[in-house]
Ligand binder design. Structure first.
Ligand SMILES: [Fe+2]
Length: 341
């Protein structure tokens, strides 16, 4: 006789309440089968939405996302099974990026990478997760550098997935960065890859605050303080753990030299560079500008996303006087590839 036959449904519900923990529905979207039983909740009652081993029903999952039901539940002891399966899948997709349909492969890789970024933000000191994330991000950079035509459709597809902005913003910014650097014809592929990694990991210090907290319009004073120190925290988290040069760590340290967070609307990188404060002023500016554009075009629960051309208006205020040529390059890049397409 099964447990379900011996105890009342209400008692079962009670037990489930204490035994299950939420997972994001996105963790399942790129898995072929459910690695364990998955529960949904309807009218306050848990129900089994997917049985272990069955093929994940993508349409059902997309419907739930569309309805805003982005959380499902698993037994506490099954949580690690989901994480392991996602990571195994990420590694597999990464290793076979060049095989099959490149758009589908790139899309799956970017999504799995973002989910793993969520695991990393929950455990920023875990070397295994960091190493996996770094290796997979490097492979993505290499893949994108050789498939530059895919940048626009991949960005579009990726933004549609509506990952949490804290996890999505660094990837969107870093993909813009690859395109812009390639377009400028000023950099070698190795330099682009290094700056991609720098840009992608630069916000890991934001993991000191749980991701969901950023959904609030106002953070507490303490949280604001932690947030304003996130660039320094990122350096502390990454130093000696990722192969980043002192220049690249300096870019991370200064990526909010001007910032929407601190409302200092002046990017005085040239002056700071002269003063010897910043070594790589131009690259810092590129990383920062792509970050600002990415932040503006991704929505927040408390504000709508901005159009790219509106974001460029702000960039004009921030950099056009000090970096006229570079500003023209940035505008030309976005006009050519991302506006009116
Ligand atoms: Fe940042």
């Amino acid at each position: 006789m099964t447990l379900a036959n011996t105890v009342s449904p209400s008692l079962l519900q009670n037990r489930l309440t204490y035994q299950v923990i939420p997972i994001s529905i996105r963790e399942l979207l790129f898995l072929s089968t459910a690695p364990c039983d998955i529960y949904g909740i309807k009218d306050g009652i848990f129900y089994r939405a997917l049985r272990r081993g069955v093929f994940t029903n993508k349409n059902l999952l997309r419907e739930l996302i569309a309805k805003g039901q982005i959380y499902l539940f698993v037994h506490r002891e099954d949580r690690s099974l989901i994480i392991e399966t996602v990571q195994k899948n990420l590694l597999q997709v990464t290793r076979s990026l060049s095989l099959g349909n490149p758009l589908e492969k790139g899309k799956a890789q970017m999504n799995l990478l973002t989910i793993n970024m969520g695991y990393l933000y929950q455990n920023p000191t875990d070397d295994t997760i960091l190493k996996l994330q770094h290796q997979c991000a490097k492979n993505l950079a290499y893949f994108l550098l050789n498939k530059i035509d895919l940048l626009v459709p991949l960005q579009r597809e990726y933004i549609k997935q509506k990952h949490h902005f804290v996890l999505a913003q660094p990837l969107i910014a870093s993909v813009f960065l690859i395109g812009l650097m390639k377009y400028s014809q000023l950099y070698s592929d190795q330099e682009i890859e290094n700056l991609f990694i720098t840009s992608y990991f630069k916000d890991i210090g934001m993991s000191s605050i749980p991701t969901e907290k950023y959904d609030q319009e106002e953070l507490s004073d303490k949280e604001k303080e932690i947030l304003s120190a996130h660039a320094t925290n990122s350096v502390q988290i990454l130093k000696g753990r990722l192969p980043l040069s002192p220049n690249h760590l300096s870019i991370i340290e200064h990526h909010h030299t001007f910032s929407l967070l601190t409302n200092k609307l002046q990017l005085n990188l040239r002056e700071k560079q002269k003063e010897g404060e910043i070594i790589a002023g131009f690259e810092t500016m590129l990383v920062t500008v792509m970050d600002v554009i990415s932040a503006m075009i991704t929505g927040r629960p408390f504000r709508k996303p901005t159009k790219i051309f509106e974001a460029l208006d702000l960039i004009k205020i921030l950099i056009a006087d000090q970096y006229p040529q570079e500003f023209r390059l940035i505008v030309s890049y976005f006009k050519n590839f991302f506006i009116d397409r």
